[in-house]
Design a protein. Structure first.
Length: 261
């Protein structure tokens, strides 16, 4: 029996927030989905995906039934969910927020940016999925706004972790994408012309800039600087492989008295 190979953010770990960014290692899927595929929207065996998901949540000390995912439509809707939503996939949402202890929020990706937020003071967490459309629409800003409006979070208290995703080294985009990105005044910091009438876009840097715009402190934002395309042994990459699995980013509010793994 293999164990899921998970990555953690030092800032969330230090705060005792149960969380992980999964890799493709340590699961039961085979072929192009080998081995820790957590995505249901791909052509993998659903039973095997369920087994992989259980293994990840159990490794984190979370109850597999207490799990909510987002439908992920490449928008910027961030939904507040609670224990009553366990087992559901939230339609129309690319981000999830909860204050219910032990309820695992999960978003899935294979190149897009997985972004986790936690407010240790207000005891609320968020998981966001940011592809280029969600990034252009400002989903990171929207996630912070929901935490501030609905849970009275002070952005200066928030911890953020930006997970493995396709890096600017491999993320070439065209003019229609750049048109949407130019609404952000700092766009030249996150995109570089590559001489082929196209651009290399740094989605992680764009998400980080949005978090700063939303009032987060730079030292509370951790970026796992790993390109999914660059590491076929460690990560799925849609742009590299097309037919492939999905990693997950998972986060939960700690239940009283428990310690994060
Ligand atoms: Zn790369």
């Amino acid at each position: 029996m293999t164990r899921p190979h998970l990555l953690f953010a030092g800032n969330l770990r230090a705060a005792g927030i149960p969380h992980a960014f999964t890799t493709r290692q340590g699961g039961s899927s085979t072929g192009p989905f080998a081995s820790l595929n957590l995505g249901r929207g791909v052509d993998d065996d659903p039973e095997t995906v369920a087994t992989n998901r259980r293994a990840v949540l159990q490794t984190l000390g979370l109850r597999p039934a207490q799990h909510v995912e987002a439908d992920q439509v490449h928008g910027s809707v961030v939904a507040v969910v609670g224990a009553e939503d366990a087992g559901r996939s939230i339609a129309g949402a690319d981000g999830l927020v909860t204050a219910d202890p032990g309820l695992a929020l999960a978003i899935h990706a294979a190149d897009c940016v997985p972004l986790l937020l936690a407010d240790p003071k207000r005891r609320v967490v968020a998981a966001l999925h940011a592809g280029w459309k969600g990034t252009a629409a400002g989903i990171a800003v929207e996630g912070v706004r929901i935490l501030a409006d609905r849970f009275k979070s002070n952005p200066r208290d928030l911890l953020a972790a930006i997970g493995p995703s396709i890096g600017p080294c491999h993320y070439e985009v065209d003019e229609p994408v750049m048109e949407r990105m130019r609404r952000w005044r700092w766009w030249p910091e996150v995109a570089a012309a590559n001489g082929r009438q196209r651009w290399q876009l740094d989605l992680r840097a764009a998400c980080r800039r949005q978090l700063l715009d939303a009032g987060l402190l730079p030292r509370r934002i951790e970026v796992l600087d790993l390109c999914t395309y660059d590491h076929p042994d460690l990560f799925y990459s849609y742009r590299r492989d097309r037919v492939t699995g999905r990693m997950a980013a998972v986060v939960a509010v700690p239940t009283a008295g428990r310690r994060a793994p």
